[in-house]
Design a protein around this ligand. Sequence first.
Ligand code: PLP
Length: 239
Amino acid sequence: MTDRKDELAANLAKVERRIADACAAAGRGHEEVTLIVVTKTYPATDVRILSELGVRHVAENRDQDAAPKAAACADLPLTWHFVGQLQTNKVRSVAGYADFVQSVDRSKLVTALSKEAVRAGRELGCLIQVALDAGESARGERGGVAPAGIEELAALVAEAPGLRLGGLMTVAPLTGEYAGREQAAFGRLMDLSTDLRRSHPAATMVSAGMSADLEQAVAAGATHVRVGSAVLGVRPRLG
Ligand SMILES: *Cc1c(COP(=O)(O)O)cnc(C)c1O
């Protein structure tokens, strides 16, 4: 193995161990939690190594970086998640490679994603990004819709051609009542997911938890954790 492959294999093993321990502590099965490796700022060669090491889900947050990377890795059996704030002028590109868009937070985006998914002949899984630091009807600083806006957006996604409602996603807030209270924040997301599943039973995905707080997310009931730096290393620049 190359040095990089050794390094990524060791990091992956550590992260899988953390997930396994968190599942055991919560009385959950390890298979209930899917690891998504966030490869933003890292090259396609790393994505290829991760695929060789058995990773099946990767995530990116900027279309400019993600589009060429996904093209370079088109031969690999990977599911691509888009997790960044998304401008409508990037939707056509994203709809060409993403399997899931986890950052759906406004109706205009739903309309654009639907149109481009149909055009590309693809079905896009959509997660509603929830901002737990937003005011009741506002949007979050880093994207996301306030809890009060989930139902309306979910109904739009569920009815939109080319889209499938997957569930909910959040990022632990840095401000507001949940700042520094990751487990409470993720618990709130679980409650919102329970509400959502009353009208959309198939929308079972709960995407929460990153390198620093994946244990809290697993404890709260997350089905998907998004882990970047704990697998790939600390990013050289903000992304
Ligand atoms: C970068 C990013 C992650 C991963 O963060 P790490 O702290 O590197 O694990 C998860 N989710 C989103 C939305 C991100 O942008």
